[in-house]
Design a protein around this ligand. Structure first.
Ligand code: GRF
Length: 214
């Protein structure tokens, strides 16, 4: 278990609107929440979430991947340096649209979380809602998992599902799943920050918990 009273310092990495980021920032306002959002990093200057983070009084950093050209390793070293300088304990990917090299993933192993808009291991990768509709699944959802080198393949921390309804479009299904994302990401971060879900530990296979117990 985490040391009582010592909040984990969390960085959220975004590329876009940042609604999951906002959900994590909101959750972390609770006095008993075991993590504080210390930093928001974007790889894109136009990410709407950056402005949202600033308005919430959170420190932000822009590490524009384009300024590193094709040098993915240099981008990751700059990101790692920023996270280290800010004494970050845990990193949450929230709509961060860059893949990592094994170097970065190994370095942050067990401390790097991602949210994926599907019930993993179903629908890894992009366009999950479209693919779920095409596959005519009856339930769809979202998953928070630890990041490993293989995309969307790391141990699951939490996931929950919603029904796919007659007449659903990508947009209506995405909106229903997004509500799940906003609920489970703060719960999953709590589990990790409290040491109750650990990489490779027993706590990584919790599934469908509306509210993890204490
Ligand atoms: C979410 O659906 C997330 O699961 C996916 O990208 C989207 C990001 O949305 N990886 P937001 O930026 O958190 O609003």
């Amino acid at each position: 278990m985490a040391e009582p009273g010592v909040k984990k310092r969390v960085a959220i990495l975004i590329s876009g609107r940042g609604s999951n980021m906002a959900a994590l920032i909101d959750a972390a306002k609770a006095p008993d929440y075991p993590a504080e959002i210390a930093l928001v990093v974007s790889n894109r200057p136009d990410a709407a979430g950056l402005q949202r983070a600033r308005q919430a009084g959170i420190a932000t950093a822009l590490i524009d991947h384009r300024s590193f050209g094709d040098d993915r390793a240099a981008f990751e070293r700059a990101l790692d340096a920023e996270l280290t300088a800010q004494h970050i304990d845990l990193v949450c990917l929230a709509g961060f649209m860059r893949l990592f090299t094994p170097w970065f993933v190994t370095r942050w192993s067990g401390r790097l979380l991602n949210i994926h808009p599907a019930l993993l291991p179903q629908f890894k990768g992009l366009h999950t809602h479209r693919r779920a509709l095409e596959a005519r699944v009856s339930r769809h959802g979202a998953t928070v998992h630890f990041v490993v080198a293989e995309t969307d393949a790391g141990p699951i921390i939490l996931q929950d599902s919603v029904p796919v309804l007659e007449g659903d479009t990508e947009a209506t299904l995405a909106a229903r799943v997004l509500e799940v994302e906003h609920r489970i990401y703060p719960q999953a971060l709590r589990l990790v920050a409290e040491g109750r879900a650990t990489f490779g530990g027993e706590g990584t296979a919790r599934s469908g918990l509306a509210s993890p117990g204490h």
